[in-house]
Design a protein around this ligand. Structure first.
Ligand SMILES: *Cc1c(COP(=O)(O)O)cnc(C)c1O
Length: 507
């Protein structure tokens, strides 16, 4: 049975070029009240383009609005329904945050506004730094990095600078094999060699392998906790101790902090540096490439090396408290981004933190973990879990059982689209063959979780009874299964070649 789903919009929409009608325009200008003159009598002919603009679509305002509004509804969004994309934390973003981020004093203030006139904005930076320091259990925060990946780079640069200041630059960064690809990329980018640490069969760091690998050339261990396998690193204190005893630092990838906020703190576990993905854990719309924010929190020891400028508290001539920007930080690694980071994302994060409060943040964490466990529990009869441990905020299955009838992870993900859900994360983490990574987040209520579970169970049944149906999904979308390899190998990027290709019937 093919269930009807994904019926958000039912019109097929071609390219805007296909709507073009010669001479059609979307504007009307008043008649000339000066004499018409040829363009090259007013503009240096060398600046004029030789090729004409033929080929640009000639369309009316209604054509443009309908075209773009229709294709905007082709997107799946967290405001439509559950978005179970593991690792990405696609939680609902409260509209209050959007409202506050649009306040004129935040949205319209210029980054060069004199500090005396930007006290409110500096106050926001300071307050967010303090909140994040409290949440992570670390001493100091830099809000500059624009994303998690840049936070990683910044954190490693801070570690390198600190080690260099001791005359002990070191060469290596240790990274578990389950890590997100940005970890080794950031380590390599900051000039380190990467050495991989194995995961044990339970999905945690292999402590014996770590002990063997640690030596006086190791600058840092980069680990994710809970790991990208969705499991809490139970030996975290011992792991930190092993690295620190050898004079290295512990960098924690905090992309999964939504499993810990308000419950436990990385600083208390022995972590030296962590980045937070504000767009994930602290609720900013993301996906499609940003903007985001990846602040880092560090220990007292590493604070002098943080990027400048930093908002600091001073007294003015009258002895009153004033915030200023401190550029005089001789040990700093320098700036990593213009101005003060992606300010509007910072506004949303503080708004989220303050509107939930300590109890609300803890409850969000507990609900995220509960929801993932609910899904794990209800799907374990139909899908094989990758690891036996108790999942935190996300759970990973593999496609071993479905493979028997020739159905793979990709097919299951595509079939989920027919049921009206965005697919889960597939084939990540790389250490799990055929991984399906599901992160419901705390945003989903029981009804939505049950719908998702029903859909997944139904797909598991279909995989047994009618595998061809799953293997050829999606069926209820405007466009069926795409040949992704051809799309990557023979991309059609120019309108003129697209037109030829359309004419040749290669839609
Ligand atoms: C998302 C993510 C990153 C990268 O963060 P960006 O903000 O996308 O740069 C790094 N590590 C993990 C585990 C992640 O989930």
């Amino acid at each position: 049975m093919i269930r009807k789903a994904s019926t958000h919009v039912n019109q097929n929409e071609g390219l805007i070029f296909q709507r073009s009608q010669p001479g059609r325009v979307g504007y009307k200008l008043p008649g000339l009240d000066v004499e018409a003159a040829p363009i090259d009598s007013m503009i240096d002919p060398r600046l004029l383009r030789d090729d004409d603009l033929a080929g640009l679509p000639e369309v009316s305002e209604v054509d443009v609005i309908r075209h773009f509004t229709r294709i905007s509804t082709w997107n799946y969004a967290v405001d439509f329904g559950m978005y179970p994309l593991g690792s990405c934390t696609m939680k609902y973003n409260p509209k209050l945050n959007e409202r506050v981020a649009r306040f004129e004093g935040f949205a319209a203030s210029h980054p060069y506004t004199p500090v005396e006139l930007a006290q409110g904005n500096l106050e926001l930076l300071k307050e967010l730094e303090e909140a994040l320091a409290e949440i992570t259990g670390l001493a100091a925060v830099s809000l500059q990095p624009a994303a998690g990946a840049q936070g990683e780079l910044t954190g490693l640069m801070v570690i390198r600078k600190c080690l260099e200041s001791r005359g002990d630059a070191r060469k290596l960064v240790l990274i578990p094999d389950s890590a997100h690809g940005t970890n080794p990329a950031s380590a390599a980018h900051s000039g380190y060699q990467v050495q991989t640490i194995k995961s044990s069969s339970h999905g945690s760091i292999d402590l014996d392998h770590l002990r063997q690998a640690v030596n006086e050339e190791v600058a840092a261990l980069m680990l994710t906790n809970p790991s990208t396998l969705g499991l809490f690193e139970e030996n975290i204190q011992e792991v930190c101790q092993v690295v620190r005893e050898a004079g290295g630092f512990v960098y924690m990838d905090g992309a999964n902090m939504n499993a810990l906020v308000g419950v436990t703190r990385p600083g208390d576990m022995g972590v030296d540096v962590i980045h937070l993905n504000l767009h994930k854990t602290f609720s900013t719309p993301h996906g499609g490439g940003g903007p985001g924010a990846g602040p880092i929190a560090v220990t007292k020891e590493l604070e002098p090396f943080l990027p400048f400028p930093r908002a600091v508290e001073e007294r003015d001539e009258k002895g009153e408290r004033i915030l200023r920007l401190d550029y005089d930080r001789p040990q700093s690694i320098g700036r990593v981004r213009a101005f003060h980071g992606n300010f509007s994302v910072l506004v949303r994060a503080l708004c989220y933190i303050l509107s939930l409060g300590p109890d609300g943040l803890r409850e969000a964490t507990e609900t995220a973990v509960l929801n993932a466990n609910y899904i794990a529990h209800h799907l374990k009869e139909d899908y094989e879990v990758a690891f036996d441990g108790k999942p935190m905020h996300e759970v990973i299955f593999n496609d071993k059982r479905q493979q028997k009838s020739g159905v793979h992870t990709l097919d299951i993900a595509k079939r989920l689209i027919d049921y009206g859900f965005h697919p889960m994360t597939v084939y990540f983490p790389l250490v799990v063959a055929g991984a399906m990574m599901i992160e419901p987040t705390e945003s989903e209520g029981r009804e939505e979780l049950d719908l998702f579970i029903d859909a997944m169970r139904s797909i598991a049944r279909e995989a047994e009874e009618n595998p061809e149906l799953v293997k050829s999904a999606p069926h209820n979308t405007r466009i069926g299964r795409l040949d992704e390899a051809a799309a990557a190998r023979k991309p059609v990027l120019r309108w003129k070649s697209a037109k030829t290709s359309l004419a040749a019937g290669n839609e």
